[in-house]
Design a binder for this molecule. Structure first.
Ligand code: MRU
Length: 354
């Protein structure tokens, strides 16, 4: 997508260096950062310099390519094993990370005896993962756009736009395409405390694309749903299980329950790389617990242009900070994938892989 008239992906590789958009600085500053080796790339995933399931996945793929490029011939396999371990242990919930690491490992399996061949294969596969993410998100946009009627008001949670993937995004891709096709669309953007991916990232993306929107506090979503202001909900996913349960940013479950109560269609948009067939139901998804500081403090730019942290809670109070929740399949109207829109049922999920 375009930033100040220039096309960017969220992540790409130049030689052995992984380049990323520094997401914590958005919307105040647009900056590209360079990760010189796989350790720096792993740290960037952990610190959420890059975040969002697809973007984490592509970064994990490139990080694996760095591991293979760095691996010394006399300790080739052990170095790769340790590098994969470091990348896997960055964030636990988004399936795309594990998908990408396994894809690169699978690709070099046969070439391992020939390190030069393996290095080439790893880079090619990492690039393929990123390119496939872009194609899948564009296709999700094409399918999802058909669900949007001219004049629709759409609610979304967190950021499932192009910043959360390599390009286009998932939940926002149908909105971008509908807008480009001339449909009038208005987006209610949940703020998404504590990291505020909605107000910081989704609102910024929509602004760059000229999509009309308003930010609302997370606890205002029910109010707008009940008062008939919202026609449709589209959210992303970090992991989808074999029975159609969906892990997504904390707060998604509340939104889904209130949508069902008010008869509002609730769609999840995700590439099939987010589906974990080994997970039978949402109870098996590991939910990331992040630092309480994200709840106890807020970050922002002061009017004096200083990026600072302020405490928004009493000194001494403790906090809990689960980063994701699971929405049971029964609350989901449909799942929009690059292979089409399917029901959130075991049969629906299975049909994507046959
Ligand atoms: O913790 P984050 O910012 O990496 O959160 C992931 C997400 O972007 C959301 O849960 C999103 O809605 C899913 S789509 C990638």
């Amino acid at each position: 997508m375009k930033v100040m008239e220039r096309h960017y992906r969220t992540v790409w590789m130049e030689g052995s260096i992984v380049k990323l958009i520094n997401q914590p600085l958005i919307p105040h500053k647009f900056e590209i950062v360079a990760m010189e080796d796989h350790r720096a790339t792993a740290q960037a995933i952990k610190d959420m310099i890059v975040r969002g399931a697809g973007a984490i996945g592509a970064t994990g793929g490139y990080g694996m390519a760095q591991v293979v490029l760095e691996a010394p011939t006399d300790n080739f396999e052990e170095y790769i094993r340790r590098g994969a371990y470091a990348l896997r242990n960055t964030r636990p919930t988004a399936q795309n990370l594990f998908y990408a690491i396994d894809k690169v490992l699978g690709e070099i399996e046969e070439a391992k005896a020939d390190p030069k061949k393996a290095k080439e294969a790893a880079v090619v596969m990492a690039q393929q993962i990123a390119d496939e993410d872009v194609a899948a998100c564009k296709q999700i946009g094409e399918y999802g756009e058909e669900l949007i009627k001219d004049g629709n008001n759409i609610s979304t949670h967190c950021n499932a736009g192009w910043l959360a993937f390599v390009d286009w995004g998932t939940a926002l891709s149908p909105i971008y395409l509908a807008t480009r096709k001339g449909k009038k669309v208005f987006v209610y953007v949940d703020e998404t405390r504590p990291r505020s991916q909605g107000s910081r990232l989704t609102a910024w993306e929509l602004g760059q694309e000229g999509v009309p929107h308003t930010i609302i506090a997370d606890n205002a979503t029910g109010y707008y749903m009940k008062s008939g202001k919202i026609d449709l909900v589209i959210v992303g996913a970090d992991r989808i299980t074999a029975n159609g349960d969906v892990a997504n940013k904390i707060g998604t479950y509340s939104s889904a329950v209130i949508a069902k109560e008010n008869g509002i269609p609730f769609y999840v948009a995700a590439p099939t790389s987010t589906i974990d067939l080994k997970c039978h139901s949402g109870e098996e998804i590991p939910i990331e617990e992040r630092t309480p500081d994200e709840v106890l403090y807020a970050w922002g730019w002061s009017d004096q242009g200083i990026f600072e942290r302020v405490r928004v809670s009493p000194p001494g109070s403790k906090a809990k900070n689960p980063a994701f929740d699971v929405t049971p399949a029964s609350y989901i109207t449909g799942i929009i994938t690059e292979k089409g829109i399917t029901k959130a049922t075991p049969e629906g999920i299975r049909s994507l892989f046959t």
